[in-house]
Design a protein around this ligand. Sequence first.
Ligand code: ZN
Length: 418
Amino acid sequence: MNAPQVLGLRKSFGFGDRLGLATPGHLAAVRQFPDFAPIFAQQSIREMTRTQRTPVEVMSAAQSALDSAGYDGVWGADADHLKTPEDVERVAAAGFCFFTIDPSAGVNNQADQMDEAALRTAVAILEAEGLFADFSWRDYYLDRVFTPGHGIILQFDEETILRAIVKYSRATAIAAQLAEAIVRSSKGRPYEIEVSVDETDAPTTPLEHLFFALELKRRGVENLVSLAPRFVGEFEKGIDYRGDLARFESQLRLHVAVARFAGPYKISVHSGSDKFTVYPIIGRLCGRSLHVKTAGTSYLEALRVVARTEPALFAEIAAYCRGRFDTDKASYHISTTGNDIVALPPFRDAGDEAVYLDETAGRQLLHVTFGSVLTLGTASDGRSFRHALLERLAKETDLHSELLAHHFIKHLSRLNAG
Ligand SMILES: [Zn+2]
């Protein structure tokens, strides 16, 4: 049995697979890009809850597909968005060795709107809680000149350090606690850590990134291989990047410098599916110091198989999703509105594939409703959607792999196009 391994600082790509049937297609794509180390088992606790899968099932789906394909290369297993020590224990027991810590509960999203007086008060509270016991953040951060290379100079003034402390210091403490849980649960086996703050309201400035990384180090977080800041612009689910490309590029350049200086570790790009416009920029600036995560886009390719080969079933799923949209969109950051969904024409036959699987509103509709489709929805013939979907995919393994391979070759080649 070919077990997952730690990938260290190798350039890597994460293929989330919510249905447990996508690995053959993922493998076909990444075989053409040996410069990327693949992560074939990757699922957050939230996704596992929404798909009613266990960490063991996620792991064994990837493992058995790789065994059948005779794959003997290196691959990783990423337990994504871990928020509690209990999460850590469950995934470590299933053999995951790449742990993504999500300390976003400790991120203060109000910090960007606070004036200096409010920031001062908030810092005093954090100090009273003991977040800076035996450590003078003033001496360490203030008026110090950080030179991460390439002529870049980073320096905190009073207000920027206060804001960084208010915004992120609690999160770094949570991350350190989870890192301890990872060390305990790994029981001497090799492990690696990513820390992600991508799912927060406010973008992470390069200076805040620097503060965050130095605080992780100060708090003893080891084996940090990647960090996912919240970038400027919008990384919405299922669609391309939205935002100012020049600004994205200038900020990313600084983030990359910080990651080399404070690490080195890789820049991790979450919600990394379908961001074709920015891939060449990301690939060029990050070089080998890059990790990209995708997940929902593979589910959409599975639905494309259904749209083409069992359009009546797809039509039922699409209609069901339209009814779920307002409820299911709540936990997502997307620009598609209920009115956009009302305006979508109903799916009649395979000729309507593009409306649902290539255009923004359709893709986001199908994206946010995956949990409902996979755990609640039923077809008119009484089968659960999940069952019907898996049954159809079992009959169409070639088409499914072909569509996935095509889709990810596009991802990987764009990342290498810069
Ligand atoms: Zn994420």
